[in-house]
Design a protein. Sequence first.
Length: 294
Amino acid sequence: MAFIDYYQVLGLNKGASTEDIKKAYRKLARQYHPDLNPNDQEANTRFQQINEANEVLSDPEKRKKYDQYGENWRHADEFEQARQSGQYANRGGEQRYAGDPFSSPDFSDFYESFFGERPRGGRQTPFRGQDYTAELHISLREAYQTHQHTLTVNGKNIRITVPAGIADGQVIKLKGQGGPGTNGGPNGDLYITFVMADDPTLKRLNDDLYMTVELDLYTAVLGGDITIDTLSGKVKLKVSPETQSGTKVRLKGKGFPVYKQDGKFGDLYITYSVKIPTGLSEKQKELFRELSQL
């Protein structure tokens, strides 16, 4: 596979801060996300490269290896081990000397992983595949219930079950769904970060939901019944007479499902906002004047 300059992929230089990397990744991931670029293979490839670059540069240890070894950063540990393990030995008439990493048996495996061949005979060392990262954008209403979702990672479609109650920014791991291992090594893992857009009517705080409901002046003054839409369906509420703007009502168990706790929900908090009527006729205004003098 051709060498990919991860800094160039994110439009950054080597001195970029952790925050710079995070901002660049989020901006580009949204721009090239497959959901926004259906049937665009070039955008799909770009999205995969962006995820790969972020997976390495956002991890301080991996970034350090990448900065030092470039395209061979995945084998940095093997190289260091080979360089430090040169011990005097005599095998098959060959002399090997301490301090010479290139004569170490470990170096044969390291050399092969770089160049696809072995300088001397010996066993093949298995390497674990690379971990992948991806973002999955869902709505608050989608996260309210368990559902199936398909995402594309490195050209491979992966169908996952998204549990109800998943949170914005939450990361889940799919074992073995990362890059393939080499020489019989295990596959890497896939880490999915969930990104949730703001809902136009509901705000979420942990497992509780908050919403503002408008009351007309007459219902606020005289009382009455109203119907509101919740994520679990319509609910009829009784409004007490003389309800003030800013009054809060709690609906127990009408909030968000608790992650991986079946049947358990947070609460829904409603704040009433009294709407002052506009476009009054002269007759209506006169009635209000009479009321103000009583």
